[in-house]
Design a protein around this ligand. Structure first.
Ligand code: UT7
Length: 325
């Protein structure tokens, strides 16, 4: 069977208009701008308007990614959408985006790996492209975490925001290499023993409600640094590359201190780290493609650059990916 590599042909993103600052939050719960900035690096986050759903954010991002790729929706064979905050329990949010962008062919489905969702979706879409089962694929991370936050819990409500990011993958013959563009390698992990550290306390099959996000942030923090560092080491070894080959680090944007801890371990200078956590907060599955879009649009990330992604989320799920842009 022929081997194709998945080239990122276009990136797009969308943030809801409404901005919630740390000062706004200080009026809602017992917190301060100083605490939030010092402990997380977050200054503000975007919040979806009443009636503005995950599929709507995703559709905007998808249209922008298609435009950047110079592609029509009808050229796509596949949409993989990562979200933990779907519009409805079913059908999949991906099929709503499929309809809204006018893609009347191929197939579309959702993936739930929470904050690692984009990495999981990217890896799954890459497998379809590599086997020639999809020529062009759209990978989306989209979330409205504002809908599952307990707005009276200061330990979680200050951390998250809403948004969506998308990439278009185009299959090209041959394996990715030092010169050839494409997804070089992905490494995914999960371990269900840690469910109680980060979860939502409701769902259709248990409470018949949506529930609220619960997190033991301190414990998650410690696992994040260890697990993510392990996944990065693995993806580098498996690719025959090392830290000095990385041009840009685009991490999941959970906390500035996690970004700093991991880049320090990798020996990466701050100027190679794309950080949007101050502006977006933690947007879960949307955070990597949102940050990628910012750095592609402002000209930092260029064609041919080697980019490292990583994330950890509820489950736990975690992973890393290397992409030659
Ligand atoms: O994306 C999924 C993965 N998620 C993450 O990676 C999140 C990982 N965790 C974190 O980012 C950090 O652990 C937090 C930002 C959530 C918390 O920072 P921390 O330095 O670990 O603080 P802590 O949880 O140990 O809390 C320290 C203190 C506590 O008070 P006491 O017990 O020392 O009196 C908290 O009650 O800070 C208090 N606190 C707050 N104070 C003001 C917790 N939240 C707030 C708040 N404002 N919003």
């Amino acid at each position: 069977m022929s081997r194709f590599r998945s080239v990122i042909a276009g990136v797009g993103s969308y943030l809801p208009e409404k901005i919630l600052t740390n000062a706004d939050l200080a009026e809602m719960v017992d917190t301060t701008d100083e605490w939030i900035k010092k402990r997380t690096g977050i200054k503000k986050r975007h919040i979806a308007a009443e009636g503005e759903t995950t599929s709507m954010l995703a559709t905007h991002a998808a249209k922008r990614a298609l435009e950047a790729a110079g592609m029509e929706a009808g050229e796509l064979d596949l949409i993989v959408l990562a979200t933990a905050t779907p519009d409805l329990t079913f059908p999949a949010t991906a099929t709503m985006v499929q309809r809204e962008i006018g893609m009347y062919r191929g197939f579309a489905f959702d993936i739930n790996a929470v904050c690692s969702g984009f990495l999981y979706a990217l890896s799954v879409a890459d497998s379809f492209v590599a086997r020639g089962q999809a020529r062009n694929a759209m990978v989306i991370g989209a979330e409205t975490f504002s809908r599952i936050l307990d707005w009276s819990d200061r330990t979680t409500c200050v951390l998250f925001g809403d948004g969506a990011g998308a990439v278009v993958l185009r299959g090209e013959p041959g394996a990715p290499g030092m010169a050839e563009r494409g997804i070089v390698h992905t490494h995914l992990r999960s371990d269900g023993r840690y469910q109680d550290l980060l979860y939502v306390d409701g769902g259709p099959s248990t409470t018949k409600t949506v529930g609220h996000l619960r997190m033991d942030g301190h414990k998650v923090f410690r696992h994040a640094i260890t697990n993510i560092s392990g996944a990065i080491a693995r993806v580098l070894v498996d690719s025959g590359l090392n830290e000095s080959d990385i041009d840009w680090f685009v991490p999941h944007q959970a906390n500035e201190r996690i970004l700093e801890g991991i880049s320090k371990k990798l020996g990466l200078p701050k100027k190679k780290v794309i950080s949007t956590v101050a502006e977006h907060g933690n947007t879960s599955a949307a955070s990597i493609p949102l940050a990628l879009d910012v750095a592609v649009k402002d000209g930092r990330i260029k064609q041919g650059d080697l980019v490292l992604f990583e994330a950890l989320g509820g489950g736990f799920t975690w992973g890393a990916a290397l992409v030659r842009m």
